[in-house]
Design a protein around this ligand. Sequence first.
Ligand SMILES: Cc1cc2nc3c(=O)[nH]c(=O)nc-3n(C[C@H](O)[C@H](O)[C@H](O)COP(=O)(O)OP(=O)(O)OC[C@H]3O[C@@H](n4cnc5c(N)ncnc54)[C@H](O)[C@@H]3O)c2cc1C
Length: 510
Amino acid sequence: MMTVHDPSLAGGQSHDARPHAIVIGAGFGGLAAAVRLGARGYRVTVVEKLDEPGGRASQFRQDGFTFDAGPTIITAPFVFEELWALCGRRLSDDVDLRPLDPFYTVRFHDGQEFHVNGDDKAMETEIAKFSPGDVAGYRRYLAESERCFQAGFTGMIDKTYATLGAMAGALPDLILRRAERSVYKLVSKYIKNEKLRQGLSFHPLFIGGNPMRSSGVLSLISYLEREYGVHYAIGGTHALVKGLAGLIKGQGGVIRTGVEVAEITVEYGRATGVRLADGEHLPASIVVSNADAGWTYTKLLANHPRKRWTDAKVDRAKYSMSLLVWYFGTDRRYEDVGHHTVMMGPRYGGLLHDIFDAKVLADDFSLYLYRPTATDPSVAPEGCDSFYVLSPVPNLDAGIDWTAAAEPYRRKIEAHLEATLLPGLGRHVVTQRLMTPVDFRDRLLSVKGAAFGMEPVITQLAWFRPHNKSEEVENLFLVGAGTHPGAGLPGVVSSAKILDKVVPHASTVV
Ligand SMILES: Cc1cc2nc3c(=O)[nH]c(=O)nc-3n(C[C@H](O)[C@H](O)[C@H](O)COP(=O)(O)OP(=O)(O)OC[C@H]3O[C@@H](n4cnc5c(N)ncnc54)[C@H](O)[C@@H]3O)c2cc1C
């Protein structure tokens, strides 16, 4: 049995006898971690730099419009159900989650649309619309996607990869699934039509991966969506954040916002708490960091000697792309535009190369357009629409001067939307805000302004990723996009589940 000493009790600072756990960051990973630690007997304090919980999933209100800042496609609702169940509640007690149909529409450059949903017959009709000869291949692709789900999701998502031995355990399945082959290659094995190849392979972009080199195992997302649906939380994704914050409060936990951690304090190789930017020290028996993993090691443990995650190794790692996100509200509704639209540009592989490898801001782009008012009019004033559009762009390694580049790039996107899905857009925008890679670095403290942390390439997954139980410091644990299993809501929420395996139960803390 592991035991840890609880220094937070030494000074008698609290009347609450439970051992104290500090969670740095109130992203989905940090909030899920707090719920799990609360359920395991800890008194939890979440310390968040921003003014409200949510992290990338924060929400802002402007001129009567409500904008989700980040995640919008909610898959795998069971990962949330589990957290509510730990608190003796049901997700539906607090969050009105609605399944979407279609899940999303992929719109190609020539205007042709591919509507994706969970109905096999409807999907086969869609596939046949593009290429009747690909229907049989699509069925075989789905079967492969299910096998990838068993190997990569069921088999890996909440496992600890603290040792190479554990990694070796996962290898047979990965070899069988030819995990080294990219998602695009895997899809192309079954599907001949180029548009369908794109429409079935772009998903790694939602977790920071390049479909041309992310492991084919990530095609599990097709099965995940088909089996468990794509959902929307009424009020926006932030309804889930508020729900989690409510669970934490119900457990007697505290979320302190507007408070930045400057350092994780360490004595004799063990985390003893955190020092805030204003100098205050918060003692704790365990510390969980939901901050960017690279940032955690290079900044919050800057003064601590590190064996594995040295500054040089963190700098050498491959990082995901970044994003430019334009949030805007219109004084009219665009009834023909669905809830989620992926707008493919004229190039696919070439554009991905420009973003991930050449790191140049290309003249063309692919976009994702979010219109929550298609399902939920409450997020905009009556008769209006709330939108965001995002464009994957190179991370800050590219050296792009975003103070100069952002506005012309945004204008190009606006012109494209105006010429395609949103006629007259320029005349109807009544409120707006822009987020660039610089905000990912300065606001969310992400290394290189990457929107999804380290890129999910096979050499940076599982054991190769920063571990959930820190390799550098005892009693320090990591959750969120930078650790195993990686970015995306199912991933970061599952990273917190791993704490149940690596954090000692509070009853063992002396
Ligand atoms: C625009 C966008 C769209 C996305 N769309 C989807 C989607 O549709 N579906 C999906 O599943 N995923 C999506 N994702 C990915 C998903 O949002 C993220 O992977 C996930 O939200 C990351 O959660 P996290 O817990 O790792 O941390 P974050 O949300 O990054 O939270 C970390 C928190 O830690 C805080 N913090 C950092 N350092 C400190 C410090 N020193 N002191 C105090 N606090 C600190 C930060 O302020 C932040 O609040 C999207 C991401 C973006 C950016």
